[in-house]
Design a protein around this ligand. Structure first.
Ligand SMILES: *Cc1c(COP(=O)(O)O)cnc(C)c1O
Length: 425
């Protein structure tokens, strides 16, 4: 197909994320990607400030990841997981158990982040039933979160600010507290601590679980909070035997400067979801981990965990996930993420106080500029592409989550792209 044909056929038939049909703006056709650059069909190259939605942490066409896929392709691309198993999945499960916070012992593999959250919710519900408490079937969370686009995850997304306000009368009604006070370094707000504790204790006899994104709330608004609130949730949920679920789909694998964001708080959840960067951005794969206590509760009375995706444990995806974890295991990522943090700070801090800018915040390999108005997407995108940078702002947020391997020169380009988007949008 010619590049023009690609765009024409796309416009006629292809739905894109959070888009109307027909789309209002044409997407940019990509021919290939390598390192931290996307190459468009017209030959232009864009430094990717998004890691393809926070997944491609090692960049594109990484030789080690490419080789892992090719090697696995020579053995088998897929086999069913019912009654069968294979080394790529087993190896991956063992690595995740070793790397994740203590106590998480069992791994359920699925195809996407949203499904891993569905599985986490199902684990909580089945755990409560196994413990003889079927009335505990609601979830609690704080506002400002994002947990995916399928229905149960949507019910714990931010009920107002999120993309799911359309569904308020369709979704199960969950228990919400206020959003956590802003700021990773902000002092602990005792009134908020009391609010969290009260909400969980007041609803304890109807709560199946508590689910939050630790430290960074991503697609719900790119907000950071003091890790202490996770310790508060850990204590109160333990007191009432309510499983605590950490959704580390966005934060996992080093993005916040720790391998998992839970480590900032020094607490371990009962259930944890990972996805996005799990395969280094190569293939769709997610996992839900849980403790032995959760597994035993679910299995009480001989019950099974009632879930089993067709492509569960896909060997290609597991093989590239193992290779990605191997790259992380080489141990260079903490220095890389620290370097990215420094570059994002120095590149973005000067925007504080610029016209239209409400806040600038950086944590790990995450840089956010929040405006006092909705971003003009078309103008902001045109401005960044003109500077050779790919960003995808949303709502009032222009942000970057670049691959960890992005060098200082390209990081400077990205922050200049953010500045250009701020000026344009
Ligand atoms: C992206 C995301 C999800 C959903 O993952 P998908 O793979 O898009 O289904 C869930 N939770 C968080 C925190 C996410 O960032």
């Amino acid at each position: 197909m010619t590049p023009e044909e690609v765009v024409t056929v796309d416009r006629a038939h292809v739905w894109h994320p959070y888009a109307p049909m027909p789309a209002r703006v044409d997407p940019y056709p990509v021919a290939s990607a390598a390192g931290v650059r996307l190459r468009l069909t017209d030959g232009r190259e864009l430094v990717d400030g998004m890691s393809s939605w926070w997944a491609a942490i090692h960049g594109y066409r990484h030789p080690v990841l490419d080789a892992a896929v090719v090697d696995q392709l020579g053995r088998m691309s897929h086999v069913m997981f019912g009654g069968l198993t294979h080394e790529p999945a087993v190896r991956l499960a063992r690595s995740l158990v070793e790397l994740s916070p203590p106590g998480l012992e069992h791994v359920f593999l699925s195809d996407s982040g949203s499904v891993s959250v569905e599985v986490a919710v199902k684990m909580c519900l089945q755990y409560q039933r196994g413990r003889g408490r079927p009335r505990r079937h609601r979830l609690a969370t704080w506002r400002g979160g994002y947990h995916g686009d399928t229905f149960h995850p949507m019910s714990v997304c931010d009920p107002e600010g999120g993309m799911h306000h359309l569904w308020t009368d369709v979704l199960p009604r969950q228990v919400f507290t206020a959003e956590p006070p802003a700021g990773f370094d902000a002092p602990v707000d005792d009134a908020y601590v009391a609010e969290l504790t009260d909400a969980v204790s007041r609803h304890a006899d109807e709560l199946a679980g508590v689910i939050v994104e630790p430290v960074v709330q991503g697609a719900g608004g790119m907000r950071f909070h003091n890790p202490h609130y996770l310790r508060v949730l850990r204590e109160v949920t333990r007191a009432y035997d309510i499983p605590l679920v950490f959704d580390e789909i966005a934060t996992g694998f080093g993005r916040t400067g720790r391998l998992f964001a839970a480590e900032h708080a020094g607490v371990a959840p009962d259930v944890m979801c990972v996805g996005k960067a799990l395969t280094g951005g190569y293939l769709s794969l997610a996992a839900t981990l849980c403790t032995s206590a959760i597994a035993e509760g679910i299995g009480a009375g001989g019950e099974v965990l009632a879930h089993g995706p067709t492509f569960m444990g896909n060997p290609l995806a597991c093989a590239v996930a193992n290779a990605s974890l191997g790259l992380l295991g080489a141990g260079t990522w903490p220095a890389e993420v620290a370097r990215v943090q420094t570059a994002l700070r120095s590149g973005l801090e000067p925007l504080r106080g610029a016209p239209g800018v409400l806040d600038v915040r950086v944590l790990g390999a995450i840089g956010v500029v929040q405006l006092d108005h909705e971003v003009d997407m078309a103008a902001a995108t045109a401005a960044t592409v003109a500077r050779g940078v790919w960003l995808r702002p949303f709502r009032d947020l222009i942000y970057t989550m670049p691959p960890y391997v992005t060098d200082d020169e390209d990081l400077a380009r990205i922050t200049e792209g953010v500045a250009a988007a701020v000026a344009a949008g």
